[in-house]
Design a protein around this ligand. Sequence first.
Ligand SMILES: *Cc1c(COP(=O)(O)O)cnc(C)c1O
Length: 372
Amino acid sequence: MRPETLAVHAGAEPDAATGAVAPPIHLSTTFAHGPAGERVAGFEYVREGNPTQDRLEAALAALEGGAGALAFASGMAAISALLDGLPAGAEVLYPQDCYSGLRVLAHEFLPPRGLVARAVDATDPAAVRAALTPATRLLWLETPSNPQLRICDIAALSTLAHDHGVAVACDNTFATPLLQRPLALGADVVMHSTTKYLGGHSDALGGALVFARRDAWFDAVAHRRHLTGGVLAPFNAWLTLRGLRSLPARLAWHCRNARAVAEFLAGHPRVEAVHWPGLATHPNHAIAARQMRDFGGMLSVRIRGGRDTALAVAAKVRLFTNATSLGGCESLIEHRASVEGPNPVSPPNLLRLSVGLEHADDLIDDLRQALA
Ligand SMILES: *Cc1c(COP(=O)(O)O)cnc(C)c1O
């Protein structure tokens, strides 16, 4: 089945007990069992699994073309669960431009555990090859990357990594499985912050890992989730499922609006650069066009003049809201360097835009007056 159909139907069977078409939310933390712990319907305690989460995991696995999915309390819980399973001494390579939370984990949390995490230019396969060592265990990819919308070649890097016995994980939050399917391109695991496009309404924190194979790695991460407890609440699983059903329709609109906004910004004299992989001027447009179905609703823009002029634009928007996060119905704007803590890495004149579902002309009018 095609992804549009899977988004509506995967994990959406009518409730067996009542025929309810909308899925029930099972909030119960515990499930009756027999006197010797015999399971009645496969469940025991909510931290291990629950029926609402099962539906979400079935839907995510189907959409990504994976063998199994694990839902987590947040995207960061999903990332941590994967990294925490690496043995001491292992090396992880991650992209120079990436979600700031991953960078902080790599700097602060991995070294005390005896792990080596190194940032590489993932847009350059030769740089990745040069960074591989016999201790490298995991290559982390994020494409398009947050916030500079860099593109890396998932297929080429997966082949390279596998030739060296290195596993590949790909953060697919910006693209979603509707635009890009990393497992089909060779990655071993896909990670999502479902908080963003999958939930789609800025009201449910969540994360997920989708595995190409249901193997010992999958079982180990599931066991880790059960024991360390970074699980998704059933209500958030339900909200995320609800969002997922309309993902294809929303995303088509996000992509269309982002194109209109990117083209407007690219032609504006106060704009130094627009980072959106759908523009032919994007340095990795050709790879994006090959591995993505469309280019997504996220873009970033660099304003001529520097930090102060960028901040002045962010202060002048009326329809865009200055806020972090992305992928909701409403358009958001954020000066990333201001929110990256004591050592910001984003260019000081960069604004990140999550282009929402409003009319594109209203968004452009707002940006035009803010840039005036
Ligand atoms: C938001 C985000 C994360 C972290 O997810 P949370 O749900 O906020 O924990 C990871 N990667 C990317 C690309 C993100 O945008």
